[in-house]
Design a protein around this ligand. Structure first.
Ligand SMILES: Cc1cc2nc3c(=O)[nH]c(=O)nc-3n(C[C@H](O)[C@H](O)[C@H](O)COP(=O)(O)OP(=O)(O)OC[C@H]3O[C@@H](n4cnc5c(N)ncnc54)[C@H](O)[C@@H]3O)c2cc1C
Length: 295
């Protein structure tokens, strides 16, 4: 039976759509089509959906804002799950509880309106809260691991509350890279005047003005301990190197930009960079970006 029909039969209330464009819904802006998109409306429906997809062996991928992913090269015969309907926001003293589908911008605006500061370094990072927690996103001054106090996650078809220690945060990774979905998160800030928050956010946003413009996934590689991946790549003379429509940014060598290229162009350029850096410096670069697998 067709995937879409199976999904509709098992979850009659679930919002699901046939066809999903990776180029429209990812920041790198390339790739083919996913067969089905599903948008659960509650944490419980999401948890049941993930358990069913796993149990039935149906390929699926949880996509946030698509700011750190490389789509597959062809079409994807599976389900793209988006938690964009889990957009609840609640303020409890200095804590904010946010649904996984809340965008970074909405989170910051809500916190500012409620006089809760401490999150300004996240300003301008393209993300959903779920993707930010899963990737332990942030900048030098602050990462999600610094502010998360608990996560509501989907485990075995149920919603389970995990405290910070259980989230196994590390450099650009967390427990949630292991197929466990973030459904909501609780983060701790501090009381601040909205105008002070606005000023701090403006500072952190302006610092990002020098980042490359265009379609990218942000930094492609994690900085090796004590080193800058961008500096290593630049040192190997790779700025501007091109494969098809994908090329290494002249501004920041850890960014790959894509202009009319394919995921295969991007993937080939990533392999070329890794090989050249290993050959010239002995350093093995680890990818920060997540690849949506082929089906
Ligand atoms: C121009 C640009 C600048 C950037 N700058 C920064 C920066 O300064 N700092 C930084 O850390 N990152 C940066 N990034 C990368 C990106 O913004 C972060 O990695 C962000 O956390 C991605 O969130 P997302 O919602 O887009 O996740 P996606 O890219 O959609 O997904 C990333 C991974 O998280 C998983 N995921 C998504 N949602 C969930 C969920 N609810 N539960 C579990 N797993 C989930 C996905 O399956 C995937 O494996 C930048 C990207 C761009 C394009």
């Amino acid at each position: 039976m067709e995937l879409f029909t199976r999904l509709r039969q098992r979850f009659p209330q679930l919002v699901c759509l046939q066809g999903f464009s990776f180029s429209r819904h990812t920041s790198i802006g390339c790739g083919g089509e996913g067969a089905v998109e599903a948008r659960p409306e509650s944490a419980r429906e999401a948890a049941e959906l993930f358990a069913w997809l796993k149990g039935e062996g149906i390929p699926h991928f949880l996509l946030g804002a698509g700011a750190n992913v490389l789509p597959p090269d062809g079409d994807y015969d599976g389900v793209i799950v988006r938690l964009c309907r889990l957009r609840g926001l609640d303020c409890r003293g200095e804590h904010i509880v946010a649904g996984a589908g809340v965008t970074g911008g909405a989170l910051l605006a809500f916190a500012q309106a409620h006089g809760v500061g401490g999150f300004s370094p996240f300003s301008g990072i393209p993300m959903t809260v779920g993707g930010g927690v899963a990737m332990n996103a942030g900048v030098r001054e602050l990462h999600f691991s610094d502010v998360v106090t608990g996560v509501l996650a989907a485990v075995g078809g149920r919603t389970v509350y995990l405290d910070r220690a259980a989230c196994c945060f590390a450099e650009k990774s967390s427990l949630f890279q292991e197929g466990i979905a973030v459904l909501a998160v609780r983060i701790a800030g501090r009381p601040s005047a909205p105008e002070d928050i606005a000023r701090a956010s403006c500072y952190f946003r302006s610092r990002r003005a020098s980042l490359p413009k265009g379609r990218s996934m942000g930094c492609v590689f994690v900085n090796p301990t004590g080193m800058s991946a961008g500096a290593l790549i630049e040192g190997c003379g790779l700025k501007g190197t091109r494969v098809g429509g994908a090329f290494v940014s002249e501004r920041h060598a850890n960014f790959i930009l894509c202009e009319g290229g394919t995921p295969a162009d991007v993937a080939s350029l990533i392999s070329l960079i890794k090989e050249r850096v290993k050959e010239r410096t002995g350093v093995i670069l680890r990818e920060e970006i997540r690849r949506i697998p082929q089906t």
